[in-house]
Design a protein. Structure first.
Length: 259
């Protein structure tokens, strides 16, 4: 059977693939891990909060796929390399990387300390780079990397989030460049997703009425996103269904960036 003979829904399958998800201990990352397993992948769960990975492992295993938890600090290149080695040692290969680990802050720019700014960039931008670098060294042709950026890398926020916005805009630029370097030469496609506002640990501290008012004025759909709505996009970009897409940032933001 040639590629052109594969039924369209089968192109979304990740059967036989191994995926590594960073920031997988909670929130969107935990959801991505389960969605990738539902699509057929075995999943490596990487996060600093190792104690919280057990519950996500159990959710992955309920789908019938295997899970491996690896304590990982993405700001350490050595830790990223160790997570990739653990994936290959357990499963024999690594085909999908979801760069989801992220840190969000809201600090007025004139009061933000160098340490606060660097902490966000270290996780969101540099962490994505170290993990992509480690994964690309072992990934076979046909592999995919999906970087989780943010709508705030594309549009303004109603909060003072210079470090977060700058780091996520950097992730978008990183995505373009890594795809340019690796898609043709190594056969590794690199794309990004720019989520809008979803319920997560990052949005929980924002007063609900404040957030609802902002979304009602900026999103054409007038509501927050649901986990399943971004899960489907991540699976699409990770799968052969998106085989002719590279270096793209796909906004999943209810129309916010389309204003």
């Amino acid at each position: 059977m040639t590629d052109s003979d594969i039924p369209v829904l089968d192109r979304f399958s990740l059967a036989g693939k191994v995926a590594l998800v960073t920031g997988a201990s909670s929130g969107l990352g935990a959801g991505f891990a389960v969605a990738l397993a539902q699509a057929g992948a075995d999943v490596v769960l990487a996060a600093r909060r190792a104690a919280r990975l057990d519950a996500v492992c159990r959710e992955v295993e309920k789908t019938g796929r295997a899970a491996l938890a690896v304590e990982t600090d993405v700001t350490e290149p050595g830790a990223c390399q160790a997570a990739v080695r653990a994936a290959v040692d357990r499963f024999g290969h690594l085909d999908v990387l979801i760069n989801n680990a992220g840190l969000g802050t809201s600090v007025p720019a004139t009061r933000e300390t160098p340490e606060e700014f660097r902490a966000v960039v270290d996780v969101n931008l540099m962490g994505a780079y170290w993990m992509a670098q480690a994964a690309a060294r072992v990934m076979p042709r046909g592999s995919t990397i999906v970087n989780i950026a943010s709508v705030l890398g594309l549009v303004k926020s109603f909060l003072p989030q210079a470090a977060y916005a700058a780091s996520k805009a950097g992730v978008i630029g990183l995505t373009r460049d890594l795809n340019q370097q690796w898609s043709g030469r190594k056969g590794i496609r690199v794309n990004a997703v720019a989520p809008g506002y979803f319920r997560s640990e990052m949005t929980d501290p924002i007063p609900r009425d404040t957030l609802d008012e902002f979304i009602s004025h900026t999103s054409t759909l007038g509501r927050m996103g649901e986990q399943h709505e971004i899960d489907a996009v991540v699976v699409f970009l990770a799968s052969p269904a998106s085989s002719y897409i590279g270096g793209v940032t796909l906004a999943v933001d209810g129309g916010m960036s389309g204003h």
